[in-house]
Design a binder for this molecule. Structure first.
Ligand SMILES: O=C(O)[C@H](O)[C@H](O)COP(=O)(O)O
Ligand SMILES: [Mg+2]
Length: 309
């Protein structure tokens, strides 16, 4: 395994790095910003890349926002963007459920609904693919479990366990609770397909780490003894969908990310021409230098790419 090349403070090496690629797939949390805190130099770096004729695509595992939400967040931070340039795990999961799952599970025709553990980003993307869904942000699910719930769920009471649910989709949920876990578990035990938007164990925000989507799915993994199929990075189903949409030469593409086991693994397994690790998010320098998924290049922060000769 080759040693990642450090680019910070190396203008010559940075120019050589930039000349290798026509398209940059950008992770968001931990690279462009940390929650609502935009990292210094992010806007200028993206302007520099676009000014040099490079294509920029935003590829995020954060399922709480839709492509529309991300366009607004990017523009709100001074980064011009179109929804076409955004590819999120909630969108990746939605197109998997609408276009691939029915071929593999024709029985889902009778069970078209998705039980959502997550926020509105998932609901909006399911709506964009005309997939019916329950749970999610519905206030009816933001409550403590009641004694009668146990008997009703155990009995399969259709007024609490919707018989049309064929998929449980687990994402980042800021309103997570015991009641949702109970329902999700019993839907899966009754045959629903167990999917996740992504497996990130932590969420970088305000310069610190918080529970991630992968942590949301873990109680179900513990109960079921099985992992969900995750449709976000490093899933190559997502890479194929992005390549299909943006039609690019993988050897001229670079994945930029802060997390080794999602972003960097995504680029390496996708056989992209390059991967760039950024040390402003989840993964440490040691993880980039000694871990299983080592980037080709790494920098302390994204704006280090602005260094001039
Ligand atoms: O918990 C999560 O879902 C992730 O931490 C988060 O969303 C990662 O987003 P990304 O870094 O892929 O933009
Ligand atoms: Mg990230």
């Amino acid at each position: 395994m080759s040693q990642p090349q450090y680019l910070t403070g190396q203008p010559e090496a940075i120019q050589d790095f930039l000349s290798k690629f026509d398209i940059f797939l950008f992770d968001c949390d931990g690279v462009l910003w940390s929650g609502d805190h935009l990292f210094e130099g992010t806007v200028a770096t993206l302007e520099m890349l676009r000014g040099a004729g490079k294509r920029v695509v935003f590829v995020t595992n954060n399922s709480t926002k839709s492509r529309t939400d991300y366009r607004k967040k990017l523009e709100g931070m001074g980064i011009p963007a179109t929804e076409e340039e955004v590819f999120g795990s909630s969108y990746s999961a939605s197109i998997y459920i609408s276009r691939i799952l029915p071929q593999r599970h024709p029985e889902l025709k009778q069970k078209p609904k998705v039980f959502v553990i997550g926020e509105s980003g998932i609901e909006q993307e399911l709506d964009s693919e005309n997939i019916p869904h329950i749970g999610g942000t519905d206030p009816a699910y933001r409550r403590y479990v009641e004694p009668s719930d146990y008997t009703r769920i155990a009995a399969g009471d259709p007024t609490i366990l919707d018989p049309e649910v064929g998929v449980v989709l687990s994402g980042l949920d800021f309103h997570y609770n015991y009641f949702k876990i109970c329902l999700a578990y019993h839907y899966i035990k009754r045959g629903a397909i167990f999917l996740a938007t992504n497996i990130d164990s932590t969420l970088p925000s305000a310069g610190a780490l918080f529970p991630g989507a992968g942590t949301m799915a873990s109680p179900l993994v513990k109960m079921l003894g099985e992992e969900p199929l995750a449709l976000g990075k490093p899933s190559q189903a997502m890479m194929d969908a992005i390549e299909g949409k943006f039609k690019f030469d993988r050897s001229r593409a670079c994945m930029v990310g802060d997390r080794a086991n999602t972003d960097i693994k995504f680029g390496l397994e996708g056989k992209l021409g390059g991967t760039l690790g950024v040390l402003t998010g989840v993964s440490t320098k040691q993880e980039f230098l000694e871990g299983d998924a080592r980037p080709h290049f790494y920098v302390d922060k994204l704006s280090d790419l602005l260094a001039k000769r």
